[in-house]
Design a protein around this ligand. Structure first.
Ligand SMILES: Nc1ncnc2c1ncn2[C@@H]1O[C@H](COP(=O)(O)OP(=O)(O)OP(=O)(O)O)[C@@H](O)[C@H]1O
Length: 270
């Protein structure tokens, strides 16, 4: 299922945020959105999810404009996974995930065997079945992020939008969550995520868009766009990008963190 954004402009009042944003995310693609704080990544997601109106341009899912779809139709097509947050109610993990099936059952019927099986399958897929009877406020941030992903999976929407899925997670949980995100894309889901980590973006994404000052300043495969110039333009950081393992990995090193003489010694022998 493809999602296509064409010439999108959005402003909060007089404050222009998104300026002529165009990109496509195809079936089975993990597209990452990079950009500094406050650049408009969440605003872009809110436009796609129809939580914000009043934008100019087109947002299409499989060539149908999202404005022509009802909220129910949108929920069947797109699942949103917000940044991990502390839940207001201590629902069990099982119940929290079960809530994702509400798109498939009518308002007056209760979830049946099919929905319960869906929940069991999603918990198993994300390797969190052992947590199913725990309260959502009694699990870790990383586990909670996986619970939110399981809830999105049972919604059975083929497009997943994740707002900084690894925010506040330790390194191990970041890798676990991103590995699951990547595996969902490999299974044919169309996945769009925002992120603040360029190295991980390089490692896990199929495509990247980089936004600065409301405009796309980089769009393509990670290999094409992950450069020192991009890091300078996005974050105003002078960096050295090192390529490892036949360019399967790139690591960004801020030059200011390396002592001058050590820096020269280290890189003159490469
Ligand atoms: N409801 C709102 N009304 C007015 N301005 C807003 C509103 N929501 C966000 N903004 C502003 O719009 C800009 C973009 O915000 P947005 O949350 O989309 O950025 P972001 O790229 O997701 O940031 P971050 O990486 O920090 O999460 C910011 O300057 C923010 O202050």
């Amino acid at each position: 299922m493809s999602i296509k954004v064409s010439n999108l402009h959005f402003s909060y009042g007089q404050h222009s945020i998104l300026n002529d944003i165009s990109f496509v995310a195809e079936d089975g693609e993990l597209l990452s959105v990079l950009g500094p704080n406050g650049v408009g990544k969440s605003t872009l997601f809110r436009c796609i999810l129809r939580l914000l109106n009043g934008y100019q341009g087109k947002i299409q899912i499989n060539d149908v404009e999202t404005n022509d779809l009802s909220i129910e139709e949108m929920a069947k097509l797109v699942a949103y996974i917000p940044q991990s947050h502390y839940p207001a109610f201590n629902y069990s993990v099982f119940d929290m995930v079960l809530m994702g099936t509400s798109v498939q059952v009518s308002a007056i019927s209760s979830p049946g065997k099919k929905q319960i099986q869906l929940v069991e399958d999603a918990l198993e897929r994300l390797e969190i079945s052992h947590l199913k009877n725990r309260g959502c406020s009694q699990i870790s941030g990383g586990e909670r992020q996986l619970v939110l992903m399981a809830r999105a999976l049972v919604q059975k929407s083929r497009i997943l939008i994740l707002d900084e899925p690894t925010a506040n997670l330790d390194f191990g949980n970041q890798v676990r969550v991103l590995t699951q995100v990547k595996s969902l894309a490999s299974d044919g889901y169309t996945v769009i995520q925002s992120t603040h980590n360029p190295d991980q973006t390089f490692l896990f994404s199929d495509k990247v868009i980089a936004i600065q000052d409301g405009k796309i300043i980089g769009y393509g495969t990670p290999k094409d766009i992950y450069t020192e110039e991009l890091i300078q333009n996005l974050y105003k950081i002078d960096s050295e990008i090192q390529s490892l393992y036949d360019d399967k990995v790139r690591v960004c090193i801020p030059k200011s963190t390396i002592k001058r003489e050590y820096y020269h010694k280290m890189f003159s022998c490469l």
